[in-house]
Design a protein around this ligand. Structure first.
Ligand SMILES: C[S@@+](CC[C@H](N)C(=O)[O-])C[C@H]1O[C@@H](n2cnc3c(N)ncnc32)[C@H](O)[C@@H]1O
Length: 349
């Protein structure tokens, strides 16, 4: 009897302890799962929108002309000084993005929103960066859409990451890794300033040596690599991708492309390499010479332009002196940047 009572007392104690243990255990799992969900999902407020007025602390792109722009953090007590005079930041607060603002001398600049396209042109180059021609092509070809989960390495100056973040917004996320601690930290700060902070998580990690973290295994829609030896990260990238997931690797040299393609063959299909060359045109108003010595092409004339009929009856420009809209390829156009190699994870079945 005593033994029975002892036994039931002991087992009751044991069950009670097990009960608490289970509660703590499940609570732990639940908190872990919620934290992970918070990381992987989004809260619906992540839209990158500049349809609001400029606030103290915002980043704006101060636009003087096409090739003179800079990023400025708005601070109520600061001024911007340039060749047009002194601009008080306090005058900017409350104005919509895109506003034209005046200096003390009547000069003006425009205050533009830090869109990924403009940010790529003004960011501080801590590394080589990707530009809009490669960026737009790879986002399309990787099929990155709102809600996608994208893994990237290296982060570099964050030029690509900013566009990736906008492409996955509002419900997706970009996890980007760079083994350079300071670069990762600076990129994190930049993402906060440009308004994409909630869409991007930056990690400091050697992706060629350690691969991507196991916690993203089988979760990624796309993986992007801009690494010196991308072939070392291909196996890990394959493990991270969902079935049918897409991968892209950017390399400046064709020898790197060859080694990457070799590494891709075992687990990937549809391997394709592209070089994206962009031809930019300058369009401006100018006087048309009777014989055009340069590559300029007339593309039209302003509404006020005088026109006359040729002997055949078609309308031609009066080439004497009035202005014409001219377009010609930019002299400073960028040539080769690198090769983009795309592939898709082989299906298991
Ligand atoms: C050319 S930059 C990337 C530029 C980036 N795509 C952009 O648009 O700004 C290459 C980056 O890869 C990083 N990197 C090099 N080896 C790495 C490795 N093993 N693991 C992670 N990052 C690495 C470098 O620190 C560098 O920041």
């Amino acid at each position: 009897m005593v033994w029975l009572v002892r036994f039931s007392y002991g087992s009751g104690y044991f069950f009670l302890m097990s009960f608490f243990f289970l509660i703590f255990f499940w609570q732990g799992c639940l908190i872990g799962a919620i934290e992970k969900l918070k990381m992987l999902c989004s809260d619906g407020e992540k839209k990158l929108s500049f349809c609001r007025s400029i606030k103290d602390g915002d980043l704006v792109i101060v636009y003087e002309k096409r090739d003179v722009m800079k990023a400025v953090k708005v601070c109520e007590t600061s001024v911007l000084q340039n060749r047009f005079g002194v601009f008080k930041h306090s005058d900017w607060i409350g104005k919509p993005f895109g506003s034209k603002v005046l200096s003390n001398k009547g000069g003006f600049v425009y205050l533009l929103a830090p869109t990924p396209e403009l940010w790529t042109l003004v960011l501080s180059h801590r590394t080589q960066i990707l530009y809009i021609a490669d960026i737009s092509f790879l986002i399309t070809y990787l099929e990155i859409v709102p809600g996608s989960l994208v893994l990237e390495s290296g982060t570099g100056s964050g030029s690509l990451t900013t566009s990736l973040a906008r492409a996955v917004a509002p419900t997706g996320h970009v996890y980007t890794f760079d083994f350079h601690q300071q670069r990762a930290a600076s990129a994190r700060e930049d993402f906060q300033s440009t308004g994409v902070g909630s869409l991007v998580t930056v990690g400091a990690r050697d992706i060629q040596g350690e691969g991507f973290p196991d916690e993203y295994s089988g979760l990624a829609d796309s993986v992007f690599l801009d690494l010196p030896q991308p072939w070392l990260a291909i196996l890990s990238a394959g493990k991270m991708l969902k079935q049918d997931g897409t991968l892209c690797s950017f390399s400046p040299c064709i020898e790197q492309v060859q080694r990457t393609c070799e590494a891709l063959k075992s687990n990937f299909r549809d391997i394709r390499t592209f070089e994206v060359l962009l031809r930019t045109f300058e369009v401006h108003e100018g006087k048309m010479d009777s014989c055009q010595g340069d590559e300029g092409v007339s593309v039209g004339s302003p509404p006020y332009k005088r026109r006359q009929r040729s002997s055949e009856g078609s309308i031609v420009q009066d080439s004497s002196s009035s202005p014409t809209i001219k377009a010609r390829p930019c002299a400073d156009a960028r040539g080769h940047t690198g090769y983009l190699t795309f592939s898709r994870l082989k299906c298991l079945s």
